[in-house]
Write a protein that binds this ligand. Structure first.
Ligand code: ADP
Ligand code: MG
Length: 332
C-alpha cells in the first residue's frame, strides 16, 4: 500500500503538536500530595523535577509518618503511648518513642514544667482528644494532676520511668513535629533537595525556594483569613501553636487545648506562638512550652536557646519577636 502526501500531512501535524505540547510542559511543576494523618491534613510539596523516584519518596515519607503515628497515638491500645500509660509495667518502647520522650523531658526541664509529658489523664478529661470537649470539675482536675510535675516522665538507660504507675502520657505537643522530621529525612535520603512538609501548621523546610527563602505566612490568631506576619526562611522548621485550633466557648469563656500543668486549665497569656528551630520536634514542643509560659517568660526561653527564634502574639494582641527574627519578618 502506498501513502499519498496528503494522507501523511495530518498525522505529521498531530505528531508535531503533541511533541511541542510535551516540550512546553513547565520544567518545575511542584509535586504536591496531601493525606490525613495524626488528626490533621499533612501536605508534602517537592520542588525538584517530578520523577518516579520523587513520587515514591513522597509515598515513603507519608508511610514513615504513619509508622510514627502508630507508635505515639493515644487512640490505639497497642501504641507505645497507650502501653506506657497503662499501670502494667512497660518501660522499653521503640527507640523513636524514647527519642521523643527524652527530647520532651528536656523541654519540660527547660520550661520549668510548663511543658509536661504526663498530661494524658488531664487531656482525656477535657475531651480534646476524643469525645465532647467540656469544662471538668475542679475536683476532677485536681485528681488528674496527681503525680504531674517536673521530672514526672524521664528516660534513663533506655527505660521510660514515670512518677506513678497510673500516670498517663500524652505526646500530642511533640510527636507531630517528630513525624515531620522523619518525613523530611526520608525525602532527603531519596536525593530531594527542595521541599516542604506541613502537618497542620508544623512545617519543615528542606532547602530553599528557587534560590530564595520560602515565604511562610503565619495565620492571624483572631482573623482566620489574614496573616499576622510573613517569615522568610530556608532549611528550618517553623511551628505554630494557637488557642484557636481546638477550642470551645462556655458562657463567653474560651477553653482550648494548651493546658497549664500547674492549674490544669487552658493557659491564658498568649493567643499564638510560632517557633523557628532546626527540628520540627523541638519547635513543636517549644511552641507549646512558650505558649504556657506566656509572652515574658516564653520569649526569654526562646531567646536563651541557641538556634531558636520565635514570634509571640500575647493575649492583648501585641506581637513580640526574638532578636534574631527581626531581619526575616515581613509585616502584612
Ligand atoms: P496542635 O498542633 O495539635 O494544636 P500543639 O503542638 O499545639 O498541638 O500541642 C497541643 C497538644 O499538646 C494538646 O492537644 C495536648 O495533647 C498536649 N498538651 C497540652 N498542653 C500541654 C502541655 N502543657 N505540655 C505538653 N503537652 C501539652
Ligand atoms: Mg506543640
Amino acid at each position: 500500500m502506498t501513502l499519498h502526501r496528503r494522507q501523511l500531512f495530518l498525522p505529521l501535524v498531530l505528531l508535531f503538536l503533541l511533541g511541542s505540547a510535551l516540550w512546553w510542559r513547565p520544567a518545575r511543576q511542584p509535586a504536591e500530595r496531601s493525606r490525613i494523618l495524626m488528626g490533621t491534613v499533612v501536605e508534602i510539596e517537592v520542588l525538584d523535577p517530578e520523577t518516579a523516584q520523587t513520587r515514591s519518596a513522597i509515598d515513603a515519607a507519608f508511610a514513615e509518618m504513619a509508622r510514627i503515628e502508630a507508635l505515639m497515638t493515644p487512640h490505639r491500645p497497642d501504641s507505645d503511648v497507650s502501653r506506657l500509660s497503662s499501670s502494667a509495667p512497660f518501660t522499653t518502647p521503640a527507640p523513636e518513642t524514647q527519642t521523643v520522650i527524652a527530647a520532651g523531658a528536656e523541654i519540660a526541664r527547660q520550661s520549668a514544667g510548663a511543658f509536661d509529658l504526663g498530661l494524658g489523664r488531664l487531656i482525656q478529661l477535657w475531651g480534646f482528644v476524643d469525645g465532647t470537649p467540656q469544662r471538668p470539675t475542679d475536683a476532677d482536675i485536681a485528681a488528674a494532676l496527681v503525680g504531674v510535675g517536673p521530672g514526672d516522665v524521664v528516660v534513663s538507660n533506655g527505660q521510660v520511668k514515670k512518677s506513678r504507675p497510673d500516670l498517663q502520657l500524652d505526646l500530642g505537643a511533640i510527636a507531630k513535629g517528630y513525624a515531620v522530621d522523619r518525613a523530611v529525612d526520608v525525602l532527603q535520603k531519596a536525593g530531594i533537595r527542595h521541599a516542604t512538609v506541613n502537618a497542620g501548621g508544623d512545617i519543615r523546610l528542606l532547602g530553599d525556594h528557587d534560590g530564595r527563602p520560602w515565604r511562610i505566612g503565619i495565620q492571624h490568631p483572631r482573623q482566620p483569613q489574614a496573616v499576622s506576619a510573613t517569615l522568610l526562611l530556608s532549611d528550618v522548621a517553623v511551628v505554630t501553636s494557637g488557642d484557636y485550633e481546638r477550642a470551645f466557648d462556655i458562657d463567653g469563656i474560651r477553653y482550648h487545648h494548651l493546658l497549664d500543668p500547674r492549674s490544669g486549665l487552658p493557659a491564658r497569656r498568649c493567643q499564638a506562638v510560632t517557633v523557628v528551630a532546626k527540628t520540627a520536634m523541638q519547635a513543636d514542643a517549644l511552641a507549646t512550652a512558650a505558649f504556657v509560659l506566656g509572652p515574658v517568660d516564653g520569649l526569654a526561653l526562646l531567646e536563651r536557646l541557641p538556634d531558636v527564634e520565635g514570634l509571640i502574639v500575647a493575649a492583648d494582641g501585641k506581637t513580640l519577636l526574638t532578636s534574631g527574627l527581626a531581619e526575616r519578618v515581613q509585616w502584612p
